[in-house]
Ligand binder design. Structure first.
Ligand code: DX5
Ligand code: ZN
Length: 220
């Protein structure tokens, strides 16, 4: 049976009630905390930084999946590890020496993730797929929550799944952006393992029930 992992995106939480929203995720069927860090350079938005990440990890009781949308992520790898990060995902487009960056992330005891912008072809990962724990396929342009899902993502998932299988890799496929009950099942059928959901969870009347229904819809 497929156990799809659900990763609510804290970017869509109520920052004035952050601890309450973290406890909501702790007490739900969610698997990971997805945490978006933006620098206003790699993406046209600034989210939050280390002090807020530290506050989140103090209360969060599940896998800490940090997605960094920043230039020069190498200089912060150690800090992310010290703050309790489980998975550190860097952008393909921000790393000139991606192989070196992934080794540095693993040397700090974290899982290494690579995020691809919508325009980046998954075939570019062919030579490095065995070194990647998680590929995060952006199904919106990174920078903001609440955008609409880019339909082309299904084909990218299938193509990436084929690369993973052919290379005998154990890489997980994570989808980030515009995920909802409208596309979740089809994404998992195409090969997705982890679904990030921001607005769909946090704008719902009952976020705990919404997480449970997403989990049920994608576990078959
Ligand atoms: C976008 C972030 C996403 C975002 C997803 O740059 O990487 O994680 O929070 O939010 P939704 O699910 O609302 O598109
Ligand atoms: Zn993200």
């Amino acid at each position: 049976m497929k156990n799809t992992l659900i990763a609510p995106s804290v970017l869509s939480a109520d920052f004035a009630n952050l601890q309450r929203d973290i406890e909501m995720i702790n007490n739900s069927e969610a698997d990971w905390f997805h945490i978006d860090i933006m620098d206003g350079v790699f993406v046209p938005n600034i989210s939050f930084g280390m002090p807020v990440l530290e506050a989140i990890t103090r209360h969060a009781k599940k896998t800490i999946d940090v997605h960094v949308m920043i230039v020069n992520p190498d200089q912060y790898i150690k800090t992310f590890a010290q703050l309790g990060t489980t998975n550190l995902t860097v952008h393909f487009e921000a790393c000139t020496h991606l192989h070196r960056t992934l080794q540095a992330i693993k040397a700090e005891g974290m899982k290494a993730g690579v995020a691809l912008n919508p325009h980046t072809n998954v075939a570019l990962l062919e030579d490095i797929i065995n070194d990647i724990d998680v590929v995060c396929l952006m199904s919106v342009n990174p920078g903001f929550g609440g955008q609409s899902f880019i339909e082309r993502t299904y084909d990218k998932v299938k193509q990436l799944k084929e690369i993973i299988t052919r290379n005998n890799a154990s890489t997980l496929i994570e989808i980030d952006g515009g995920v909802s009950d409208k596309n979740a099942k089809q994404l998992v059928e195409a090969g997705a393992d982890v679904l990030v959901a921001g607005n769909y969870v946090f704008r719902a009347q009952d976020p705990v029930a919404t997480i449970a229904s997403l989990k049920k819809l994608t576990s078959f």
